[in-house]
Design a binder for this molecule. Structure first.
Ligand code: OAD
Length: 230
């Protein structure tokens, strides 16, 4: 079992103070995702969408990695094979916790993208509809995140990793958003054992060989200790 592929969701950053989406009081109970997380919403009201992501960017900049992020970095450093981290999160807490090569399939808050010419650059803390693209000058700068109806990033690499994984672990994700929700079955089809670490039973718990329930800050370090025999 050389390669471990780990998929993380908002639950791993919850104990760093960043809200999840679908739990009680979650982001999608406070904002309509059609308004703030779709290309159509951005075309209708770019100021509203920038305001939503500016607030999330400010919150993410204040957040610190928790024991779960740090444990995954420890696993990457100590495991004899490859440990690939795929995240749906747009924060940089895996990197802040010491992880490397993280595949951000839903993009990152720290990036800006020109909707006119696809140029990418580091996002300022606050973006506005009048923020010009440094390459082409168009006033169509947007956060470099993936919205509903758009293609997630790095999919070819992710599918290759799932196919060659010996173990697939999902941490803190509700399993309600595709294609990530299907990764457990993709990995199992390639022969991987599958493990879910989540606060509570999820929509996709039954698809895993093993499920452990509890907060990520407790479950993830304990699982990493097991893997490293420490
Ligand atoms: P969700 O909010 O859908 O699910 C969060 C999951 O984390 C739930 O299953 C919770 O039970 C679990 N959870 C909460 N606190 C936890 C903790 N302390 N420890 C462990 N687990 C905990 O978030 P995601 O599954 O990440 O996409 O959502 C997937 C995508 O939907 C996001 O990337 C975002 C969203 O719409 C886009 O915006 C494109």
């Amino acid at each position: 079992m050389d390669k471990i592929v780990i998929l993380t969701g908002a639950g791993i950053s919850a104990e760093s103070g960043l809200g999840t989406f679908r739990d009680a009081g979650g982001i999608w109970t406070q904002h309509r995702l059609e308004d703030v997380a779709t290309p159509e919403g951005f075309a209708r009201d770019p100021a509203l969408v920038h305001g939503f992501y500016n607030a999330r960017r400010a919150q993410a900049a204040r957040a610190r990695p928790n024991a779960a992020h740090r444990a995954l970095a420890r696993l990457q450093a100590g495991w004899r094979g490859e440990v690939v981290i795929v995240t749906q999160n747009v924060d940089a807490l895996h990197e802040a916790g010491g992880a490397t090569g993280v595949l951000h399939m839903h993009g990152m808050l720290s990036g800006a993208l020109c909707a006119a010419c696809d140029h990418r650059w580091p996002a300022p803390m606050e973006m506005f509809p009048g923020t010009p693209c440094p390459a082409c000058g168009a006033l169509r700068a947007r956060p470099d995140v993936v919205w509903f109806g758009e293609m997630p990033r790095h999919m070819d690499a992710i599918m290759d990793h799932l196919d060659s994984a010996g173990l697939f672990v999902a941490i803190g994700t509700s399993g309600q958003v595709w294609p990530a929700a299907g990764f457990v079955r993709d990995a199992a089809a390639g022969g991987a054992r599958t493990l879910e670490l989540n606060l509570a039973h999820s929509e996709i718990s039954d698809a895993f060989d093993e499920t452990r329930e509890g907060p990520a800050s407790r479950l993830v370090p304990a699982w990493v200790d097991e893997m490293l025999g420490s």
